[in-house]
Design a protein around this ligand. Structure first.
Ligand code: LMR
Length: 391
């Protein structure tokens, strides 16, 4: 039977991880996959996570199954982290999932169950796995303009014009903050205008929020989502703890649904989807998050560490923009300092990205997306020289 299998479509982020690992050069630089790195290039376990894990190891007396939805304190904690008090908690239900990707997958399947003919609209460009999962599930895909290559900002007029073409019941997937891959984000005022459009056209918002805390702060990054949640009757949210809790490999995410009326049906559907896909979600990371959220001291320490990660990325953005201004004698790359989150795109051709990799050992995704946290704090001039040389 295996001869019937077809080669899998390539994922440009996963491909680049493999290429980087296979490169024998000592001085290679990884600006690819979205993993936070400190000034020494390490991705340590976060302080509050280490402490919560120690507590868990001490206190956990059983590994027996929890319910299909996972750790309910974790779900409530994530609801509060993302939505704050924007919506009555009785209107929100959710299921723990294996990572943010698991949440996206479960939500797409929920959409298929509820409205099989709906088109899911994604930003152009978006995180490549959005389109890959939608294609795999055979769902209808629409794309809305998002990025203006000339200004390196959001093409908001284009976005609104395209969303205006969506049909009632279609799902609009928005990045909650820190747009991946562009780093260009809509303002709070624009969130208001998108919300008006959602209501007028009876569209269903779906939010992917994977970088809360990495843009303008934990609260500020959720402001747009909270505004929308306070006004729409229904909403879907996929949230990830990979980045802001550094729990990448533990696979910690949540699928949340804001409901208009009774949450029981939606809750049952999310539990049922977990059952048929993997039964019980992995517990460890989610329980660690629940411990942190439930303990004022651990929570404060976690918030402080997320904030210092954010500030370090912000200062790297400014420093790279400065170095590129010096090396290129232009303001072409000033947008890097204005963007927010873990990524921006340099706006290079794929040939220029290839040259950076082949000649300088500098790895970024083929669309010239780079991981801000991977920037070498003491090597920015060399990096800027290399980028200037391939222009
Ligand atoms: C990324 O965009 O680099 C991260 O979200 C990791 C991934 O799974 O692609």
């Amino acid at each position: 039977m295996f001869e019937n299998l077809k080669p899998q479509p390539e994922d440009k982020i996963i491909k680049m991880i493999g290429m980087f690992a296979a490169d024998p050069r000592d001085d290679k630089l990884d600006l690819g996959v979205g993993v936070y790195k400190d000034a020494d290039g390490n991705t340590p376990v976060m302080r509050a996570v280490k402490k919560a894990e120690a507590r868990l190891l001490e206190s956990q007396g059983t590994k027996k199954y929890l319910g299909l939805l996972g750790n309910l304190e974790f779900i409530d904690g994530m609801r509060d982290l993302v939505l704050g008090s924007s919506v009555a908690s009785a209107r929100v239900t959710g299921a723990q999932t294996p990572g943010g990707t698991g949440a996206i997958r479960q939500i797409f399947e929920l959409i298929t169950m509820a409205t099989p003919d709906a088109t899911v609209w994604i930003s152009d460009p978006s995180w490549p796995n959005h389109e890959a999962i939608l294609k795999y599930l055979g769902m209808k895909i629409g794309k809305y303009r998002y990025f203006n290559e000339a200004t390196c900002g959001v093409d908001f007029d284009g976005m609104m014009a395209d969303l205006n073409g969506a049909a009632a019941g279609d799902v609009i997937l928005l990045h909650g903050c820190c747009h991946n891959p562009t780093g260009a984000n809509i303002t709070l005022e624009q969130w208001g205008a998108v919300t008006d459009l959602m209501l007028a056209k009876k569209l269903m918002p779906m939010i992917d929020i994977a970088y809360q805390g990495f843009g303008d702060g934990l609260e500020a990054d959720a402001a747009g989502v909270r505004h929308m949640a306070s006004r729409v009757p229904e909403m879907l949210i996929a949230a990830s703890c990979s980045k802001n809790f550094g729990l990448y490999r533990d696979r910690v995410g949540v699928a949340l649904a804001v409901c208009e009326g009774d949450v029981a049906l939606t809750k049952g559907a999310l539990a049922g989807l977990n059952r048929v896909n993997f039964s019980f979600p992995p517990d460890h990371g989610a329980t660690v998050v629940a411990i942190i959220m439930g303990d004022p001291e651990l929570r404060a320490d976690w918030m402080e560490e997320v904030e210092s990660m954010r500030l370090s990325m912000l200062s790297l953005r400014g420093a790279l923009a400065d170095a590129l201004r010096r090396e290129t004698n232009s303001d072409r790359f000033d947008f890097i300092a204005d963007h927010r989150g873990m990524f921006s795109r340099l706006g290079l051709t794929s040939e220029q990205v290839d040259t950076l990799r082949e000649e300088y050992g500098i790895y970024m995704v083929g669309d010239s997306r780079f991981n801000v946290a991977g920037l070498p704090v003491n090597g920015l001039d060399d990096l800027a020289k290399a980028i200037a040389a391939v222009l």
